[in-house]
Design a protein around this ligand. Sequence first.
Ligand SMILES: NC(=O)c1ccc[n+]([C@@H]2O[C@H](COP(=O)([O-])OP(=O)(O)OC[C@H]3O[C@@H](n4cnc5c(N)ncnc54)[C@H](OP(=O)(O)O)[C@@H]3O)[C@@H](O)[C@H]2O)c1
Length: 288
Amino acid sequence: MKQRVAITGAGGFLGSALARRLTAEGAEVSALTRRPVELPGVSWQPYDLADLSLPPAALEAAEVVIHAAFSMAGAGQELEKLNYDAALRLHAEARRRGAHFIFISSMSAHGQAASSYGRAKWRIEGSLDENSDTIVRPGLVVGRGGLYARMFGMVCRAPVLPLFYGGTQPIQPIALEDLTEGLVRLTQRRAAGVFNLALPQPITIRELYTRMLAAARLSRPLLPLPGDLTLGVLRVCERLGLGLPITSENLLGLKHLRSFETADSLARLGLTLKPVDELPWAQGAANP
Ligand SMILES: NC(=O)c1ccc[n+]([C@@H]2O[C@H](COP(=O)([O-])OP(=O)(O)OC[C@H]3O[C@@H](n4cnc5c(N)ncnc54)[C@H](OP(=O)(O)O)[C@@H]3O)[C@@H](O)[C@H]2O)c1
């Protein structure tokens, strides 16, 4: 029998790739999104994180619910609350219906997270049950969209690349296809627990920029800048309503990046990842 899977954020970079993969695997996929999505074989249910009433048909017959949507609207506690409340509501409904819940978290989620993004993900993780739910922490997803493509676009446009806090922060990349493969296995097995999915060996932000520049065949100077001083300046600019290409939230996210042990998660899924030299670094250029 076909497995029935509901995916929030199914119109996004990761969610749409996952919806396509699961459909190709024979699953019956329902996209829970604000606007209808045009994915072959995928049905649609209206869903907005801000609407806690959750339309009654939203999770109809779903056996697995994958929560990939995340709103970056607003800032600070407002952003945290919106995403936290929505995740709790969706999780409660999934549980009530006996559906397995998979939460797409992040490697920004940890106890010392200072960005609203990392804190929201961490709070949501804390409200789930590792014995019955699945928490997935992907590293930086390398492909034609999402954060990677936004960073790639920034690297291509900026005449100089600022390196905050020394540029030594760890980044653990993973190819989009490898991540979706891992998520397909988790969906099919309904395996509970925490899964850190990315290459075990981190690269630094400096190396990430260098790889992006090489993929774009560009040369740019890398300029070390004092992180905390820039953070202070950004906060003043934000209070004055001045729009800048980088926000204090971006910098807080960068400051508190840390590496995660991933070998155990990969082994549990029997997943072999593309090595760092074979990642599709140039794909960011397709959709910057
Ligand atoms: N890309 C990465 O490197 C990476 C790494 C770690 C974790 N993640 C996590 O993976 C998930 C997917 O990320 P992504 O890279 O695919 O980003 P994305 O393309 O921006 O997808 C995010 C999705 O959330 C949806 N969304 C935003 N606000 C919403 C709202 N109010 N109601 C309903 N849906 C809403 C968006 O829908 P609309 O299309 O309607 O705007 C979008 O489809 C996120 O939870 C993200 O935190 C991503």
